[in-house]
Design a protein around this ligand. Structure first.
Ligand code: GRF
Length: 223
């Protein structure tokens, strides 16, 4: 991906988060380590000034901001432009991204959802509600979806998914924790693939390219 600085410098990654920021933490660790040459987390913003994600960013020495008008394209774009954002990641972000931002960042904006979309997604489907619905429906397999973002909640082209078993005796907390561990592995891999250009959103609206899963990923999803 051509970055806002020189062609070969790491992509500047901005993250939007509404909550505690454990996915942000996984991104910070990943891009501070193995993927440092591909991307760097340079800005974190939230629609809530008390979001734990902002504390995690500050502790890591990353610039932060608060979105006072999260549904206003110009307001959001001005923050992202000031941060010279190349790739935008929604990591536990609960607001709908305004159309002007989606357009400006087409193919460079990703979201993580703790279910296998298109199931258990859409307006109002976030956090524990998703896992409650999964348990209520009695499905035996759930998982994680990372997708490009469009003008709708949880509807953009899918980049990658990974299955997580629903086990006998699971409650919302147990299931959410197992899915969250999978999010922490899959989201950084997908962001790195988009930042490096290994995965692109084509003019045809389809996802092109390949995502390399590390050998240990398979064993990760066991009990
Ligand atoms: C995660 O399951 C995320 O997918 C969802 O909220 C949960 C908490 O995310 N939107 P985080 O710890 O704030 O990253």
């Amino acid at each position: 991906m051509t970055t806002s600085t020189t062609p070969h410098s790491p992509a500047r990654i901005s993250v939007l988060a509404s909550g505690g920021g454990s996915n942000l933490h996984a991104l910070i660790d990943h891009f501070a380590g193995a993927a440092a040459s591909v991307g760097v987390i340079t800005f974190v913003a939230s629609d809530s000034e008390s979001a734990g994600a902002l504390d995690r960013a500050r502790a890591a020495g990353i610039a932060t901001g608060v979105l006072d008008a999260p549904l206003d394209s110009d307001a959001v774009l001005s923050l992202l432009d000031t941060a010279k954002t190349d790739v935008l990641v929604l990591a536990g972000y609960l607001k709908l991204v305004p159309a002007g931002v989606v357009l400006a960042f087409r193919g460079r904006i990703l979201n993580v959802h703790p279910a296998l979309l298109p199931s258990f997604g859409g307006p109002g489907m976030y956090g524990r509600r998703i896992h409650e619905a999964v348990l209520a429906h009695g499905v035996t397999l759930t998982g994680v979806t990372v997708h490009f973002v469009d003008e709708h909640f949880d509807r953009g082209p899918i980049i990658a998914q990974w299955p997580v078993p629903v086990l006998p005796g699971d409650d919302v907390a147990l299931l959410a924790a197992r899915v969250l561990r999978a999010e922490h592995r899959l989201l950084p891999l997908c962001v790195a693939a988009v930042a490096s250009g290994a995965i692109v959103l084509g003019e045809d609206g389809r996802v092109h390219g390949h995502l390399d899963f590390p050998a240990d990923v398979a064993q990760f999803f066991s009990r």
